[in-house]
Ligand binder design. Structure first.
Ligand code: SF4
Ligand code: SF4
Length: 297
């Protein structure tokens, strides 16, 4: 039995981009970074949030009675959502006929989550997949992650932890014994570039990367490629990765701006850069990494 609880953004089944094979990815809420290009803005705050997609609302009024805080009402021109009154409980989401409401930050225990994750065990086994913990930054809820990963290992499920690395060493140590592979984000090598793009220094991130490597754990590195922001960092990142021993592969993730509507739905300031990378730029970044004998996915 494990009653330890976590704040969950979303559970994504049949994920194919969060590690090897077919996986279920559990996204946990809260992140210490504020990347300008973040495509999961619902993962930044630890507090529960309600996203409201105004363009999907059909003004059916079904949400009005389900909100204890009275955040939904009808006006002359249809439904009005008053975010200032919303406590983020999520009760209105299930009544919404237009699928205009989405709740992020569900409170779940390890025992509630585990059976859902084990449902697809056969798919994991047949595809070389498993379960990935992601976010936000999942290791901000390290005790929850540790308990969940431990249970997954007891059930012989492959496990991956997707982290930005800006976490205390104790958080990494807590999950290390139950993690098969770390998916590790490197956004910049130069500290000033990292601060400009994410709001924090990368010293701790690079130290933790070297630490995990020194422990002999497999690491898949992910590099978001964002023109004019971190695109001049690839050579330096390649140098660093070439000096490590346990990098299984590197993925260059071309920046995209699909998350614009998410920022609006959460009433958050949209910080997404305008410029998208060309296929040539991404190929060039991959070439720089390959030339250092780094396996590029
Ligand atoms: S999430 Fe809860 S408090 Fe917020 S609008 Fe919905 S029912 Fe009301
Ligand atoms: S239930 Fe959904 S679709 Fe209906 S009024 Fe409320 S937000 Fe709009």
């Amino acid at each position: 039995m494990s009653n330890i609880r976590g704040k969950i953004i979303e559970i994504k089944r049949f994920a194919v981009h969060d590690g090897d094979g077919i996986r279920t990815t559990v996204f946990l809420k809260g992140c210490p970074l504020k990347c300008l290009w973040c495509h999961n803005p619902e993962g930044i705050s630890f507090a529960p949030q309600l996203a409201y997609y105004e363009n999907k609302c059909i003004s059916c009024g079904e949400c009005l009675g389900s909100c204890p805080a009275g955040a939904h009402r009808m006006g002359e021109n249809g439904h009005i959502f008053d975010r200032a009154l919303c406590a983020g409980c999520g009760k209105c989401e299930e009544n919404c006929l237009g699928e205009a409401l989405k709740h992020y930050g569900k409170d779940m225990s390890v025992d509630e989550l585990l059976p859902m994750l084990l449902e697809d065990k056969e798919f994991y086994e047949n595809s070389g997949g498993g379960v990935t913990l992601s976010g936000g930054e999942c290791l901000m809820q390290a005790e929850f992650c540790k308990e969940l990963l431990k249970k997954l290992k007891e059930n012989r499920v492959n496990t991956a932890v997707d982290t930005c690395g800006f976490v205390k060493r104790e958080a990494i140590d807590a999950v290390m014994p139950y993690t098969d592979i770390f998916l590790y984000d490197i956004k910049a090598f130069d500290e000033d570039v990292h601060i400009k793009c994410t709001g924090v220094s990368n010293k701790l991130i690079l130290e933790n990367l070297k630490y995990i490597d020194s422990c002999g754990k497999d690491i898949e590195v992910r590099i978001p490629y964002v023109p004019d922001f971190n695109s001049d960092q690839i050579e330096k990142i390649a140098e660093l990765l070439a000096s490590l021993k346990n990098i299984t592969k590197v993925r260059v993730l071309p920046y995209h701006n699909y998350a614009g509507s998410k920022y609006a739905s959460l009433d958050m300031k949209n910080t997404l850069p305008e410029k998208l990378p060309s296929a040539e730029e991404v190929k060039n970044a991959e070439r720089i990494l390959s030339e250092k004998n780094i396996s590029v996915f």
